[in-house]
Design a protein around this ligand. Sequence first.
Ligand code: NDP
Ligand code: 2IT
Length: 466
Amino acid sequence: MSVVTTSQPGIKTPGNYINDVMTLVKTKNPAEPEFHQAVQEVMESLRLVLDRHPEYISARILERITEPERVFMFRVPWFDDQGNIQINRGFRIQMNSAIGPYKGGLRFHPSVNLGILKFLAFEQVFKNSLTTLPMGGGKGGSDFDPKGKSDNEVMRFCQSFMTELCRHIGPDTDVPAGDIGVGGREIGFMFGQYKRIRNEFTGVLTGKGLNWGGSLIRPEATGYGCVYFAAEMLKSRKDSLDGKLCLVSGSGNVSQYTVEKLLDLGAKPLTFSDSDGAVYDPDGITREKLAWVMELKNAKRGRIREYTDQFKKAIFMPTDLKLGYNPLWNVKADCAFPSATQNEINAKDATNLINNGVTVVAEGANMPSTLEATKLFLEAKVLYGPAKAANAGGVATSGLEMSQNSARLSWTREEVDDRLHKIMIAIHKTCFETAETYGTPGNLVNGANIGGFLKVANAMLDQGLV
Ligand code: NDP
Ligand code: 2IT
């Protein structure tokens, strides 16, 4: 069933339509380069779709899918430990609810602004669609920096943030989770405040503690899922992760469990990083070293450079923006797992990776590669798993947490991990087959963008002009 719309004057061909939409997005969302970048990448893939589906043009699906359904921006006042008043800015973008309630993380980082959250919310729509689960797309957060704050300061901030956010979310409306700077501690404080204000114990957030509605494997899920996706990509070339040298950036949630699963599958992880720089351990990061990093980052909230004090053969490579490239991506290896933040791999980094023989890039972070870097990977026939496919295991397992909450039961570790693994295999299959169907075999960027888009676009057509 589709709704008849008036034909739009001035829209002649799919190519023209896409160019017009891109111009509109840039005009209506000035000074939001990350949002423009995310939209541009998807639009390039959709050029392949519109010839076959003119109904998306007449229903103006691209203008609609790039416009958030709703945006909240609010003041978050709180007292620091000295009794001083602090003011941060909070956001929630409710991007698209065509296939389910809004779902997506909250990011607490000083760089957070409207454009960064719009890019993340936009990506989330397609990612959530790929998971096979009924989840729409959203994202939120704040420019609050949890680094260096006491637990009490973080709690007061989270309570103030949720005092406003609680009006806009709910288990059937919008279900936030973690992202950069938001882990189990922050989810706990926000859940407590939501429950207190609304007097409801519901699955309003995911990434909850195991004793109060959380799911086993949710903390591990993004990293594990990304490695499962890399294994599927290698399988398509009759290869495996066994013995592969791997570069991992970041040292937070996604990075730690990427390293853990790489070790499970016989690979040799070599690096971790944070915003100060990267550590390279030529002997490889073992389970014992990983346990030490988890204690350092999660309990002590320390910095990754301390790794070289503990493990003497490792070297620390400080961040030096003047270099124009990140030395981490210039270490000789077979596979790369960017797991820190957006645009952490530029064209020079991509060239270094390719020249050093890297044949697999699986994106744990959201949009870690610039458009130029992505193009270089595709041209070099690198097995390139774009973020919205490769890191979808996190939100997929959030979807499994929602299912368990609705059923009021908990699945075992094995059951959740098995479902996660099957979902990642299914996402790879969708991307792989969709890329072939649309005439670009091996191009998982097209596969992910088109595969994620079709389900949402068709649901939008079914539901009329809303
Ligand atoms: P964490 O906060 O646990 O860790 C983030 C890591 O990335 C830290 O090591 C941090 O270093 C580093 N980092 C963050 N910002 C920057 C920056 N601007 N420059 C350099 N390093 C930076 O976050 P997550 O591990 O949860 O998230 C990492 C990435 O994975 C993000 O892109 C996120 O959107 C994505 N992601 C997360 C999912 C999840 O379930 N958590 C799901 C899917 C994707 P420092 O301490 O110095 O800031
Ligand atoms: O980017 C992401 O997919 C996440 N931060 C996880 C979102 C979620 O709802 O679990």
